[in-house]
Design a protein around this ligand. Structure first.
Ligand SMILES: Cc1c[n+]2nc(N)[nH]c2nc1OC(C)C
Length: 331
C-alpha cells in the first residue's frame, strides 16, 4: 500500500489527466462518476492529512469570497479588440465579402506575399479573459475590462474545470499569459434553464449572459455551481521562454500544456481559403456545442503580424468576420 502522500500525488495525477482528456481532448477515458469518486477520495485524504494540501490541488478550486468587490488588474499586455467585417450586397464572393478581400489584399501588398497563410478560428460568444501562469502554476485571472485593466476574478476562474491549475509538460515559458473565452456550452445552458424553470428561478437569456453573470459572482461557491467552459485563442505576455513562430503552432502548444482550444481552428491560404472556412463553419454553426458570432482570421506568422502592426487597439493583421445576426432563441 502507498503512503497517504504517495496516494495523494497519485490521485492528483489521475484527476488532472482526466481533466485533460475531458476538456482538451474532448475524449474522456473515465465516466463522471469515477472522476467524482477520485475527487472525494482526495478530499477525504486531505481532510485527514491537511499537511498534504497544495494550493494547486484539484480540490482547491473553490476559494474565498471577494468581499468588497473585485480588485483591479492591469494587463501586462493590453487585450486587443478586433475590427469587424460584415456581409455586403453583391453578386459574388469578392463583392459580398469585400471587406475581407480588402483586409487580405492589404496584407499581400504590405508584406509582398501572395495568398498568405492565416490562422482561422471560430469566434466564441462568451467573456474574454486573461489567465496568468508563473512557473506553470495558475496565479491570476482577469476579465478584459477596457483592454488595459480588468477585474481580478482569479477565484471564480479556479472553479472552471477547463482552466488548468497547473500546466502539463515542462517546456512552457516561466511567465505565460493565455487569453481566451469563458463560455457556457449550449447543453449546460439548457440544463441550467430547465432547473431554473423547475425551481421558479430566473432563467438565463443566452449562454453569454450565463458566462458573464457566473464570473461576476462575488462568491466562487456560486460560480462553481454554474458549468462554465473555456477555450484559449491567444497568448499575452511571455517571459523566460520561446513560442513557436506561428500562431497556429502556438495553439497546438497551448493544447499540449493543458488548455482547451476549439477543434474547429485551422489554417487557410488567401481570400478563397478564408471564405471557404467562413462558409464551412457557417454551415455547421447550429451543430456546434457553443454559440459563435463569426470567425476570426489572423495572419499566422508572428513576424508578419509585427510588420503589419495595429490601428488604435485593433491589429491590422486580424479581423472578425461576423455572421448575419441570428434571431435569438426565445426562452
Ligand atoms: C478579441 C479576440 C477574440 N478572438 N476569438 C478568437 N477565436 N481569436 C480571437 N482573437 C482576439 O483578439 C486577437 C487580436 C488576439
Amino acid at each position: 500500500a502507498s503512503s497517504p502522500a504517495q496516494r495523494a500525488d497519485e490521485l492528483r495525477q489521475l484527476i488532472e489527466h482526466a481533466n485533460y482528456r475531458y476538456h482538451v481532448l474532448d475524449d474522456p477515458e473515465i465516466p463522471d462518476a469515477d472522476y467524482d469518486k477520485l475527487m472525494r477520495e482526495l478530499e477525504a485524504l486531505e481532510a485527514s492529512h491537511p499537511d498534504l494540501i497544495t494550493p494547486d490541488s484539484p480540490t482547491r478550486r473553490v476559494g474565498a469570497r471577494a468581499a468588497g468587490g473585485f480588485a483591479e488588474v492591469r494587463h501586462a499586455l493590453p487585450m486587443l479588440s478586433l475590427s469587424n467585417a460584415f456581409e455586403l450586397e453583391g453578386d459574388n464572393d469578392r463583392e459580398r465579402y469585400r471587406e475581407i478581400a480588402d483586409f487580405e489584399r492589404r496584407i499581400e501588398q504590405t508584406l509582398g506575399r501572395s495568398n498568405p497563410v492565416f490562422s482561422v478560428e471560430p469566434k466564441l460568444d462568451g467573456l474574454a479573459i486573461s489567465l496568468r501562469y508563473e512557473k506553470g502554476v495558475f496565479v491570476q485571472g482577469a476579465t478584459r475590462g477596457d483592454g488595459e485593466t480588468g477585474e481580478d476574478v482569479t477565484n471564480n476562474l479556479r472553479t472552471v474545470r477547463a482552466v488548468p491549475l497547473r500546466l502539463r509538460g515542462d517546456d512552457w515559458p516561466r511567465v505565460l499569459e493565455v487569453r481566451g473565452e469563458i463560455i457556457m456550452l449550449r447543453r449546460d445552458f439548457e440544463a441550467f434553464n430547465a432547473y431554473a424553470r423547475e425551481h421558479d428561478e430566473k432563467p438565463l437569456a443566452n449562454p453569454r449572459n450565463g458566462a458573464a453573470g457566473s464570473l461576476r459572482q462575488l462568491d466562487p461557491a456560486i460560480t462553481a455551481k454554474r458549468k462554465l467552459s473555456f477555450f484559449a485563442y491567444a497568448v499575452g505576455a511571455v517571459e523566460g521562454g520561446e513560442l513557436p513562430s506561428t500562431h497556429s503552432k502556438t495553439l497546438q502548444k497551448l493544447r499540449e500544456w493543458g488548455f482547451p482550444v476549439s477543434p474547429e481552428v485551422g489554417v487557410a491560404k488567401g481570400f478563397d481559403g478564408l471564405i471557404e472556412y467562413y462558409k464551412r463553419i457557417g454551415a455547421k454553426r447550429d451543430k456546434l456545442p457553443y454559440d459563435i458570432d463569426g470567425v476570426v482570421y489572423k495572419l499566422d506568422d508572428y513576424a508578419g503580424q509585427r510588420e503589419m502592426g495595429f490601428v488604435a487597439r485593433a491589429p491590422r493583421w486580424a479581423i472578425a468576420h461576423k455572421f448575419p445576426a441570428q434571431e435569438q432563441s426565445t426562452i
